[in-house]
Structure formats: structure tokens, C-alpha cells
Write a protein that binds this ligand. Sequence first.
Ligand SMILES: Nc1ncnc2c1ncn2[C@@H]1O[C@H](COP(=O)(O)OP(=O)(O)OP(=O)(O)O)[C@@H](O)[C@H]1O
Ligand SMILES: O=C(CO)[C@H](O)[C@H](O)COP(=O)(O)O
Length: 380
Amino acid sequence: FAPSAFTPKNAGVPASTSSLNMALKDGQTPVVIGVAADSGCGKSTFMRRLTSIFGGDVVGPLGGGFGNGGWETNTLVSDLTTVICLDDYHSNDRNGRKVSGLTALNPLENNFDLMFEQIKALKDGKTISKPIYNHVNGTLDTPETIEPTPIIIFEGLHPMHDERVRDLLDFTLYLDISDEVKLNWKIQRDMEERGHSLESIMASIEARKPDFDAYIDPQKKDSDVIIEVLPTNLDKEDKKTLNVRCIQKDGVVDFSPCYLFDQGSTIEWTPAPTKLSAPAPGLKMAYRSEQYFGRDCQVVEMDGSFDNLQELVYVESALSNTKTKFYGELTQAMLALADAPGSNNGTGLMQTLAAFAIRDIYEKKTAAAKKVKQETTTSA
Ligand SMILES: Nc1ncnc2c1ncn2[C@@H]1O[C@H](COP(=O)(O)OP(=O)(O)OP(=O)(O)O)[C@@H](O)[C@H]1O
Ligand SMILES: O=C(CO)[C@H](O)[C@H](O)COP(=O)(O)O
């Protein structure tokens, strides 16, 4: 493996963080979340749902982004959150990977020492200077300054691969998209939107598969929540409709799983078509306890899609422990991003539930830290 030279391509651009983010309050520790998935598996869509739930007027690329006087960045900021893409920790640029002959999924192509040091520094309330991997031209650009914010999300290929990094994460998610669905999504984006050929898409998936299986997929066993996306079970011929399972581990600090109707029971539910209309092959939900890599889990499942997003409030009434603040908030959050992929099926629903769980974890951890601080001040 031949490391390539570091070649800044955006020299001259002021690489400083914007002042959009809400700074940490005195002594506050950022809550750090890891989201793992292969490329093209819906991480950006999930990030949009998440930042939308955390609110704030300004959500966008750090520094305004390239074209707005900013720079090419993978970092997304909103009032409370910073989303950092782990592609920024690639050790080599695209040319360097051609020389090494390794894929970006190979741990040897990623700088886990730096990732660990920088996540730790952010958790300690320190500002970092983080590299940028430029996906437009495949270069490693001049680093950008990242200040710690109350919530920091690390999304990418390997947030749970390195034990030191994993131990720093307060909550972890894995987007587990089955091969069949991944191919369909890739075709939709890379063929229909980017003009790639079917052969090149298939070849790229095949080339990545061994490293995906070796280094990305195993992270799901270490995740607190896994959103599994499979082809529907309702009609074997149907290749478009999705069956989505939200696998939630029991016993995770500050997290209690969402459930359907009655906690601990096993339920299969076909919502009344008059209350939730669904196109063929229909829609079914389920809830049960399962074992996942030897851990007790609770699984909420939605197989099929629905016609009218407003009617989702009917499903919301059957779900408990959604961590919403009022009845209807789940449906409202889905409606706010009605145009995003997955807003008519379980992918959008489970991602939105996961976003509410993250908000809840953040609020619990912040309240606990505040209590400790008050107690320390009182006893001093
Ligand atoms: N829930 C969904 N339902 C249908 N299609 C989806 C869904 N989520 C994502 N897609 C499809 O997959 C493509 C990739 O999604 P997205 O950009 O969110 O993934 P990503 O993991 O951020 O990708 P990358 O890492 O390559 O930037 C979208 O353009 C869309 O076509
Ligand atoms: O797996 C990926 C994560 O997004 C990318 O393929 C990797 O980051 C390399 O990027 P590019 O293909 O743009 O050189």
C-alpha cells in the first residue's frame, strides 16, 4: 500500500468553521453518534431527516459550500449538529488508491489513528483541523476547522470498525440495505440520474463486495439500532416494494425501543385500508422480540408502502415509545420531508423514529450532565 502525497487543492479558501452552530455551553460534552452504511445506502437522506428534527433555521454545508464562497466540503452543519463524513479520513486520494490497488472500504485506506484523536478531541470540547476528501475530483483538500457542537454525527463506511473510535460513540446505527435493494437504488441514481451504464454499476458493486463483506457489514453486530431494508415478502415478483425492519437492541444506555401496541408481545398487523390506503401488494406491520448476534432486540417492521402520508398518523397512534413530544409529531416530521426518498414506506418511518431516538438520547445525556454539574457546584 503506497500512501500518496497530501495535495491541497483548495488553498486560498479560508478554512474556518462558520459561526452557525450553537457553541457548547460551559462544560458540556458533545453527544457523538455513529451512522454506518455503504455508499449509496441512504445516509444523506437520513442526515436530512435527522437535522430537520433537530430544527434550526440554518442547515447546510460548512462555510456555505462551494459556489457560495465556501469550499468543497462533506460537513453539514445546523444549529445544534455537525455531521462529519468519515470519507474525510481516507489516507490516500483517488490516484493513491489506484497505486495501492485497494478500495476505500479497506481499513488500510483510512486513518483510524487520526479519526480517534479527532473524535476524542471534539468530545473533550476542543477544535480540530480535519482533512477533506473531495469527491468531485478525488483529492485530499486543505483541512477545515471544526468546532465541537452539542451533537456530532460521524457517518460513513467505518464508524464502528476501530475499537477505540467505537468506544467514543454514544449511540450507533447501521443502515443494512440488502444487495437487491442496493442495486435498485444504484440503478436509479447512477444510471437514471448520472448516466452510468448498468454494466459499470454491476462491476462497481461486485468489485466492492469482498471488502464490504469483510469490513463494513460486520459493524452491524456492534450497532444499537439496525435498519434493515429488504425486498417485500408480500409478492415475490415485486422488486420495488420494500420490507423495512428496525432492529433495536435492549439494554442500551439512555435508549428504550419503540414498539407496536403492547411491549413484549408478538404482533402482526394489517392496518385498515380505509385508514391507511396502500398500493399493491398492500401493507403489513409486525413487532416481535428477536435475537440479533446473541443480543435481545425488539423489532418493528413495515412491509409495503402507503399512498397518503397524512394517514401515517394512524400508524403513529399504534406505536409507543416513539420519543415524540406530542401525538402527530412523527407524521409531521415525515410530512416536512415528503419529497425525500422513502417517505411513502418504512425506510422514511424507521429513519424518522431513529432521529427521534437520537434527540431523546441527547436530551437525557444533557440533563444528566447538568444535574451532575449542579450537584458538584452545590457540594463545593
Ligand atoms: N429510502 C429510499 N427509498 C428509495 N431510494 C432511496 C432511499 N434512500 C436512498 N435512495 C436512493 O439511493 C440514492 C443514494 O441515497 P443517499 O444519497 O441518501 O445515499 P448515501 O449513502 O448518502 O450515498 P453516498 O455515500 O454515495 O453519497 C438516492 O439517490 C436514491 O436514489
Ligand atoms: O465508498 C465511498 C464512500 O462514500 C467512496 O467510494 C469513497 O469515499 C471514495 O470516493 P470516490 O469514489 O468519490 O473516490
